[in-house]
Design a protein around this ligand. Structure first.
Ligand code: NAD
Length: 352
């Protein structure tokens, strides 16, 4: 399909098709908008079934990054890159360095970070060819130690404070003692979120397609493991999707009885109309790119001079942004996701 007629094309500033015959690299870098600053976004590696599927992901995800950074109050635009290939079998130093060279050619308009299928070591390999990388610096922790550049603990902290704001708004509760929460996916972010919630006294159910992982996290935090399918049917206060996109759809929403959905996964709504479906069922939805912005905030501060306290304070502002979105959505009788999109577009529009 031609790019300019693509349904997910949203006046992206630049879309670059990258190749390197020697290493087998085939990739797409999408720079959606740089009105607020350079376009920062992860590099996803995935065995896409077609170029069209890869293009769609790059277009959608880069636009999401523009909205995410705008509502997180960051001087950053939105971009994303995708490498077409299996991260387990197709990744090589030559391929990652070739990708680094393509990033370098954009002269800083796009800053690459880790995403599904790439990790800190991969971005460090790209950094041999480009300075426009993020998510690679060792960071100080609250306990005085250090941790890797992986932003997922910060993402989890943002989801935790955002979930608390949603619970306050919908259930009028200021503490989480005894709050019941079902977490879908307890990988990097879901695992940290489970710890924060358990420490706050919440009662947890966890599911993961990797059942051993679900059991490990459950043992660590005192949660109850359930099957990946059963997680939708639990009578809980909060459903926290921390696995895949498109998890809120025609099949799953009717099964939910919780008053709040607040989790880390990107692109949770299968289609925009599902924001309205949730609202019609009286479920308060914390828009995904607002509540999961802790990671990009963390990565931004790495470039601006990392100070743990300052990063945590910035992440805590996610709760204020969500509270504003919830209040406007109530007032205007609109789905929270639609209100968030409009606020993000307004911020970018003002910067232009
Ligand atoms: P991860 O791969 O570490 O964890 C995801 C977990 O979900 C895995 O353990 C996987 O086995 C499990 N899973 C997959 N499909 C499942 C299913 N159908 N049911 C139950 N469990 C399932 O990924 P992550 O870094 O924790 O990210 C989780 C989500 O949050 C993703 O959607 C990601 O895009 C989003 N996100 C992550 C960050 C970050 O900082 N890592 C930032 C923003 C958004």
């Amino acid at each position: 399909m031609p790019l300019f007629d693509h349904p997910d094309f949203d006046d992206h500033e630049q879309v670059v098709f990258c190749s390197d015959a020697a290493s087998g690299l085939r990739a797409i870098i999408a720079v959606h908008d740089t009105a607020l600053g350079p376009a920062l976004g992860g590099c996803r590696m995935w065995p896409y079934a077609s170029d069209e599927e890869a293009l769609r992901d790059a277009l959608r995800l880069s636009r999401g990054m523009t909205y995410k950074s705008a509502l997180a109050g960051l001087p950053l635009g939105g971009g994303k890159s995708v490498i077409i290939g299996n991260p387990r079998t197709d990744k090589s130093e030559a391929l990652l360095r070739a990708m680094g060279r393509h990033v370098e050619r954009l002269g800083g308009r796009y800053i690459v970070a880790e995403d599904s299928g790439t990790g800190v070591p991969d971005i460090k390999t790209m950094a041999q060819e480009t300075t426009h990388v993020s998510g690679v610096v060792e960071k100080a922790t609250a306990s005085g130690g250090t941790r890797s550049g992986d932003p997922s603990p910060s993402t989890a902290y943002g989801v935790f404070v955002g979930l608390r704001a949603a619970v306050l708004h919908r259930l009028d509760r200021t503490d989480l003692e005894g709050l019941t929460v079902a977490i879908q996916g307890v990988g990097s972010v879901g695992g940290h979120l489970a710890r924060y919630l358990a420490e706050a006294g919440a009662q947890l159910w966890v599911a993961d397609i990797d059942e051993a992982q679900a059991r490990r996290v459950a043992d660590r935090v005192g949660a109850t493991p359930v099957s990946a399918d059963a997680i939708f049917d639990l009578e809980v206060d909060v459903f926290a999707p921390c696995a895949l996109g498109a998890v809120l759809n025609d099949g799953t929403i009717p099964r939910l009885t919780c008053p709040v959905v607040a989790g880390a996964a990107n692109n949770q709504l299968a289609e925009a109309r599902h924001g309205q479906t949730l609202a019609d069922r009286g479920i308060l939805y914390a828009p995904d790119y607002v509540i999961n912005a802790g990671g990009v905030i963390d990565v931004y501060h790495e470039r601006a001079g990392y100070d743990h306290g300052r990063v945590m304070t910035h992440i805590e502002r996610i709760a204020d942004t969500l509270t504003e979105i919830f209040a406007r959505a109530d007032m205007e009788r609109k789905p929270t996701a639609a209100v968030a999109d409009r606020m993000a577009r307004q911020r970018v529009g003002r910067a232009r």
